[in-house]
Design a protein around this ligand. Sequence first.
Ligand code: ZN
Ligand code: ZN
Length: 314
Amino acid sequence: MTITCLNHQRSHEFICYQCNSLMCSKCISGHSKDHPDHSDQFEHIDDIKDSLSTLKLDDIIDTTVKNENDYSKNNSDSNSNNFSQINNKLKSLWESLRSSTSRYQRLSTTENEIKEHFEQLHQYLIREEHKLQRDIINDKHTITNQIDNNINHLKYLINIIMLFNKFNSSNDSNNDDKNKDSYSSNSVSTIEDTTSLYSTTTIMESIQSSSSLQSFINHSNQTLFNEHLDAFNIEELLEQHSNDTTSLLLDIIHKYNNQFNKLADAITENNNLTLSSYKLTIKQPDFNQLNSIIEQSIKLDIIESTESMNTKKQ
Ligand SMILES: [Zn+2]
Ligand SMILES: [Zn+2]
């Protein structure tokens, strides 16, 4: 864009905001005749400079009062003063920003009120869900305990059987000392440690997929029924029993009875008392009914807009 007017060879001095064109002093008089409605839309550069030099951003304040009429009145007031269009634009941008922000905040408030209302319903549903689940969860817990106890029980018995088999085979080969060494060599873990290796959930999966006790034991032979783990501290026991394996076996079985019989009775009794059968009946909820309950408790109406977004006015 050249700085001089091509038609009149004069410097540009005016801008018509409506046409967004630069004009010299000669152009502008013609423009006023051709477009009388643009007469308040153009400005001389001196007026713009004046206005910018006296511009105080402090004075750009939001004078819109809640309703639209006041806004337009204020706007025309500013036009009648000798403010540049730039001042007016600044003011209107600022007012638009203010109004958008407060509108946005009012929307957020409403949005939150809706959220809080439904939060009550969510909480109510969660409580109802938990109420129904409570007995089931308690029973599952009881069963888990029962399984854990029975697995310990079983593990002890299987260990006794494995021990018996070892004693038998070592008697056959008459090689007590060699076998004695093999027991102690791998005695790293106790029964409790191996139990924690496998969760009850995993154990149940294994039980379900095993058709016989033997296949369950085979399935768990690296963990629950690991024959290399010395469950009884055999070396010490053999010493106590002066290498008499029969006496040792009897001792272990006696300990087994002490440890588990009372416990097992208590569990069986307890289970019979607390475990119930349940029949669950499920019907698709009547969502129409639910809808009407919700509609009665909360409603969002679009009321006629009292303030337009200011973007179009600029
Ligand atoms: Zn114009
Ligand atoms: Zn010109």
